[in-house]
Design a binder for this molecule. Structure first.
Ligand SMILES: NC(=O)C1=CN([C@@H]2O[C@H](COP(=O)(O)OP(=O)(O)OC[C@H]3O[C@@H](n4cnc5c(N)ncnc54)[C@H](O)[C@@H]3O)[C@@H](O)[C@H]2O)[C@@H](O)CC1
Ligand SMILES: Nc1ncnc2c1ncn2[C@@H]1O[C@H](COP(=O)(O)OP(=O)(O)O)[C@@H](O)[C@H]1O
Ligand SMILES: [K+]
Length: 447
């Protein structure tokens, strides 16, 4: 703002909004604006101005008539824009209620206008009512068909549903610092995914150890072992009371009844279905002492939360990835709250571990401050046993030697993709998600 003429950034932004609006209108001619008190409302009014100049009928509701972007309103009026008490018969709504300075959900008057909308909504910068920094929705909010944002993506675009997100360049490039959050794309994952070369054999690609399952929950062991087998072509060892079940389902795994004679591995997955009794504690201790990277999931997290002495078993240099869902997180570090990125960061720092906080938007924080986000495209992965699959995928990537933050990011993305591919619009059990892993990996691998 200091280096460009006053109002220039807003006009560039608004012009970008008008271009996308014209595209969404696809020949229709009536646009309504919801205009709030700040610059977001100013963007909407200027977008209305550009649309009017293209012959579109534009009406605007001013939510706070005494606090409105004055130049934007004057320009809008100059070209024949109408101010109305309520939007009626419009083909597209432009949401300029609040933008980056928004706090909290929509206030009742704005919520009332939004509740009655029938036309698709084009949000300026973010769907109003959704928190810009955390993506939290704690009350009424706009549901956007499309969001147009400026200069760079903001955390809300990675953490919440903003519809189709379009980025408009308004000339901020030189001013932007590196990203606070990173979302891996398919190409990043395709490059990172371990692939055997001519020199490889079953050991060189990393051996994954699975310490999971119990007499009560043998299925978790079967799912985690299968996921490791399907994710890389290295060897997978299983150790625990579900050895018979695992061997029957996965004859290619090497199974033993006890962790003490499991043999060497390059990474351990510990926890799914393991239980939390004394035997399980001894298993967790053995794994943490092994000096190889560990993915601690499910019951392993609960044990670490309940018995802090267990942390002493870990060599401080041992790479650890914790994969809690919200309730497991709460046992470890208190309530997650609405700011999932801060929650994951806090636990990563406290435990000197990579923390993968599961959910629709999975947040991965490294102890070095890196944060990755992966927002799922559907919620079909929210099913029993799907976390066991995730831990197996992640363990095999750790065994292959991937950096643990990258491993967690790759696992989260491929897991979510497998859920989409398996589901194709219908509910699926975790065994189907598991079976779709090869398709998901093929989909990310370079052609
Ligand atoms: N910073 C920049 O370089 C640019 C910013 N632009 C626009 O400016 C916006 C930010 O503008 P502002 O800082 O004025 O902030 P906003 O437009 O987000 O508005 C803040 C105003 O809304 C009120 N408000 C906050 N939360 C509310 C709630 N829950 N319900 C109702 N009212 C609420 C506040 O009291 C304040 O008056 C961006 O989102 C973007 O649209 C663009 O013009 C492009 C350039
Ligand atoms: N609403 C959702 N949308 C998309 N993915 C979800 C959703 N809820 C959970 N998941 C994913 O499903 C998996 C569930 O793991 P978890 O809770 O450990 O299940 P389980 O213990 O039954 O295996 C995680 O990978 C999580 O990110
Ligand atoms: K908005």
């Amino acid at each position: 703002m200091a280096v460009v003429p006053a109002g220039a950034l807003m006009r560039r932004a608004a012009f970008g909004v008008a271009v996308v609006a014209a595209e969404l209108l696809a020949g229709k001619r009536r646009v309504g604006l919801l205009v709030g008190a700040g610059n977001n409302g100013g963007d909407a009014l200027w977008a209305g101005y550009y649309l009017r100049k293209r012959g579109v009928a534009v009406s605007a509701v001013l939510l706070t008539p005494d606090r409105v972007h004055a130049e934007g309103l004057a320009a809008f009026r100059r070209v024949g824009g109408r101010v109305v008490p309520r939007l009626r018969d419009v083909d597209l709504v432009i949401d300029g209620i609040v933008g980056l300075s928004a706090r909290g959900p929509l206030r009742p008057d704005a919520a009332e206008h939004v509740a009655h909308l029938e036309a698709p909504v084009l949000s300026v910068d973010l769907p109003s009512g959704v928190d810009p920094d955390t993506g939290a929705v704690s009350g009424p909010a706009v549901r956007a068909h499309t969001t147009v944002t400026f200069g760079c993506l903001k955390p809300v675009h990675a953490l919440a549903d903003c519809g189709d997100v379009r980025l408009v360049d308004i000339g901020l490039d030189g001013e932007l610092h590196g990203p606070d959050l990173v979302e891996l794309d398919i190409a990043d994952i395709g490059v990172a995914w371990p692939v055997p070369g001519p020199e490889d054999d079953k050991y060189t690609q990393g051996v994954t150890g699975i310490a999971a399952g119990s007499a009560t929950y043998p299925g978790a062991a079967v799912l985690a072992t299968g996921a490791a087998l399907l994710s890389t072509s290295g060897l997978v060892r299983y150790a625990g009371p579900a050895a018979e079940d695992v061997r029957a389902r996965w004859p290619e795994s090497i199974c033993t009844g006890s962790i003490t004679d499991a043999g060497r591995v390059q990474a351990w997955v510990v926890g799914p279905g393991l239980g939390t009794g004394l035997g399980a504690e001894a298993v967790l201790r053995t794994v943490l002492e092994a000096g190889v990277p560990v993915c601690a999931d499910a019951d392993a997290i609960t044990m670490l939360a309940n018995n802090p002495d267990l942390w002493d078993a870990r060599d401080p240099d041992t790479l650890l990835v914790l994969t809690p869902h919200d309730r497991e997180y709460e046992r470890l570090a208190g309530p997650v709250g609405t700011d999932r990125v801060t929650a994951a960061r806090k636990a990563a720092e406290r435990y000197n571990a990579v923390v993968l906080l599961k959910g629709h938007a999975t947040v991965i924080a490294g102890p070095d401050g890196r944060v990755l986000v992966n927002r799922a495209r559907s919620s079909w992965a929210a099913t029993a046993g799907s976390g066991d699959v995730l831990s197996g995928v992640l363990g095999s990537l750790l065994a292959a030697g991937l950096d643990p933050v990258l491993a967690a990011g790759c696992a989260a993305k491929v897991h979510a993709l497998a859920a989409d591919l398996a589901s194709d619009g219908a509910p699926i059990p975790a065994t189907s998600l598991l079976a779709a892993l090869p398709d998901a990996i093929r989909a990310v691998r370079p052609l």
